[in-house]
Design a protein around this ligand. Structure first.
Ligand SMILES: [Fe+2]
Length: 179
C-alpha cells in the first residue's frame, strides 16, 4: 500500500517557483484543504531532479499543498481517477498517512459536486497501516486503496506528485526500481 524509496533532489526547490495554475482542490476551512497545481516551470524542475527521475514516465505531474490551520484529518478516501502516486515531500509537517480496508457491507459517499463515491467515515473502515514521511523523503502510494492524512500540528504540507491513472502500485514500483 506504500513504500519509501531512496531518491533525493539535487537541492531543495523554492515551492513558489514550482507552483503553477490551480487544477483542483478538496476540503474547506476549518478542515484541511488539499490543492493540486500544475508545474509552473519544467526547466526549473529539471535543475533539481536526480537524472533518473527525469526519464520516469507518468500520466500527470503536479505539485500539491495541504493547508491545515488546525490539527485536522483529511478524511479516508480513494483518489479520483488515479491509481498510484509517487510523492516527493518537501514539507510534511510530520503528518501521518493511514491506509484502511472497507468493512463488509459499507459503501463510500460522494464528495460534494463529484460523481464517484470515494470518501468514507472512520467507522466504516479498518486501519491496515500508517507511515510518517519526513521532509525530503519519497514514497510510492497505492491511492486506489482507502487512505487518510492526519495532521500532528497546524501548517502547510508541500509535495511533488507523479500520478498514474491505470498503472497498479506494483507496476509503478518496478518502474521506479528500474531507474
Ligand atoms: Fe489521496
Amino acid at each position: 500500500m506504500f513504500k519509501k524509496l531512496n531518491f533525493s533532489l539535487k537541492h531543495i526547490p523554492d515551492f513558489n517557483k514550482l507552483k503553477g495554475i490551480k487544477i483542483t482542490s478538496f476540503g474547506e476551512h476549518p478542515f484541511p484543504i488539499l490543492s493540486y497545481y500544475s508545474v509552473k516551470d519544467y526547466e526549473y524542475l529539471k535543475t533539481f531532479l536526480p537524472d533518473n527521475l527525469k526519464y520516469l514516465p507518468f500520466d500527470q505531474l503536479m505539485v500539491a499543498e495541504i493547508i491545515d490551520s488546525n490539527i485536522g484529518h483529511l478524511d479516508p478516501h480513494i483518489d479520483h481517477g488515479v491509481t498510484t502516486v509517487f510523492n516527493y515531500y518537501l514539507e510534511t509537517c510530520d503528518a501521518v498517512t493511514h491506509f484502511y480496508e472497507l468493512k463488509e457491507g459499507e459503501f463510500g459517499y460522494n464528495y460534494q459536486g463529484r460523481e464517484t463515491a470515494n470518501i468514507y467515515d472512520f467507522n466504516q473502515v479498518i486501519k491496515t497501516g500508517s507511515f510518517t514521511a519526513r521532509n525530503n523523503e519519497a514514497y510510492i502510494l497505492d491511492v486506489s486503496k482507502i487512505h487518510s492524512v492526519e495532521s500532528i500540528r497546524a501548517g502547510t504540507r508541500q509535495f511533488i506528485q507523479w500520478q498514474w491513472n491505470n498503472m497498479q502500485f506494483e507496476q509503478v514500483h518496478k518502474l521506479l526500481n528500474l531507474l
